[in-house]
Design a protein around this ligand. Structure first.
Ligand SMILES: Cc1ncc(COP(=O)(O)O)c(C=O)c1O
Length: 411
């Protein structure tokens, strides 16, 4: 295959003629391979999969029934382009009800997207010229940075450190970068750290954005999944609407990852730029899915039930991890626990990073996590593991506690 002339045609952004030839194995592939090997070595054993980044529940019956009814209607058969008006109206009502964001005009301030991932992939096309810089946070969801690079832009990564509550140090961005920066990406509640941003931080971001003329893109994919506090929108702080947009997704809050439905909301100019690019990329999500999405947005009790489940699980996971020495606490939001990785096993192997620990846990204890070694060494445990019901959930959590206790971690 690789002697095809096509091999020589790949764009430089994909590595040019070397595309596909790199032998580096990426993190998620390593996890997959380790899982397969561990299951092959322990036939019939149960893998406790806390590596997944998507809900274990399916969409609510109300939402599924609406899709089924709407899918049969002839008026929903066609392209929806930049989306149906009813979905925009429901999105604005949702922002007011859940986040207290008032005064949104469905015709100006919101546009749907086929998931927040494609929205993040498209936004750089709105603003990035070659040589422009975009500020991203690491560890984090890299999509907006990847597409920034595709357009010849420069990505400046701001580290998220535990000692700063996983908030970026805006004042540490060099003047030379700020001079060419056009966008700032934030993601709160944050994947993978589980951190929430307080309103005070968002105030600081607004002032920073105005001072340096930046467009803020706040990725709220985990928006309403918060614990012990109210959901907070960047658009609810003074000036938020003047400097940026927030991206909300139905994937996690309504257990609808595969359905592909999200919306970009906020500053009118940013939304119109996004709508223009989107209109040149796709022809809109299926109208029946948007209509089912309206039912979801109108039923926040779905999110409340989901939050209650994750909170119950996260508390039990925190207890099990603390019991064996992990420095673990219930996160502000998301469904992840982010904990410093152990340094090794008492009287056993030492780990030079979180990836080695994660591989050990998969192979020796059949517990799958996601390692994070970009800034410090952490393990991400997700509370979205599979369980048939609440009794089964307890069984899985007891099994987790038992397997962790057998190890003898060294920190
Ligand atoms: C931080 C973050 N943003 C965006 C997404 C994408 O979500 P969607 O399903 O809306 O594309 C994810 C998915 O894991 C995520 O973790």
């Amino acid at each position: 295959m690789s002697d095809s002339y096509i091999q020589g045609l790949f764009a430089d952004r994909l590595g040019g003629a070397n595309f596909g030839k790199e032998d580096k194995i990426y993190k998620f592939e390593k996890i997959k391979r380790a899982k397969r090997a561990a299951l092959a070595a322990n036939p019939g054993a149960e893998m406790i999969d806390m590596g997944v980044g998507e809900p274990d529940w399916m969409a609510d019956k109300l939402v599924v029934d609406e899709l089924s009814a709407q899918a049969a209607r002839p008026e929903n058969r066609g392209y929806t382009d930049n989306g149906i008006a009813e979905f925009k109206t429901a999105a604005c009502a949702y922002m007011e009800k859940i986040y207290g964001v008032k005064g949104l005009d469905p015709a100006k301030h919101v546009n749907h997207a086929i998931g927040s991932k494609p929205a993040l992939a498209m936004i750089p096309a709105v603003f990035v010229n070659p040589g422009d810089a975009v500020l991203m946070t690491v560890p984090g969801y890299p999509v907006m940075g990847t597409h920034t690079s595709y357009y010849g832009g420069e990505v400046f990564n701001m580290p998220l450190k535990r000692e700063n509550n996983f908030l970026p140090e805006l004042e540490a961005v060099p003047e030379s970068v700020l001079g060419k920066a056009k966008m700032l990406y934030l993601n709160y509640p944050n994947n993978p750290t589980g951190a929430m941003a307080p309103a005070k931080f968002f105030d600081k971001v607004v002032a920073f954005a105005k001072k340096h003329k930046l467009v803020v893109v706040q990725d709220a994919a985990y928006g309403a999944l918060v614990y012990g506090q109210k959901p907070l929108s960047f658009l609810s702080v003074d000036g938020g609407m003047e400097v940026g947009v927030e991206i909300h997704s139905l994937s996690k809050a309504f257990n609808m990852t595969g359905w592909r439905l999200a919306f970009v909301v906020g500053n009118q100019l940013v939304v119109s730029g996004f709508a223009h690019v989107k209109d040149n990329c796709d022809s809109g999500q299926f109208g029946a899915i948007q209509k089912a999405g309206i039912v979801a947005l109108n039923n926040p009790a779905i999110t409340e039930r989901t939050v209650a489940k994750y909170e119950r699980r996260l508390k039990a996971m925190v207890a099990a991890l603390k019991d064996v020495g992990f420095d673990s606490r219930v996160p502000g939001g998301t469904f992840y626990l982010f904990v410093p990785a152990p340094k090794g096993i008492k009287g056993g192997p030492k780990f030079s990073n979180a990836e080695e620990c994660s591989q050990f846990l998969i192979k020796e204890k059949l517990i799958s996590t996601v390692p994070e070694d970009m800034v410090g060494n952490y393990l991400r445990f997700s509370s979205t593991f599979e369980a048939k019901d609440e009794a089964d959930e307890k069984r899985v959590l007891n099994l987790l506690a038992k397997r962790l206790k057998e190890v003898g971690f060294e920190f």
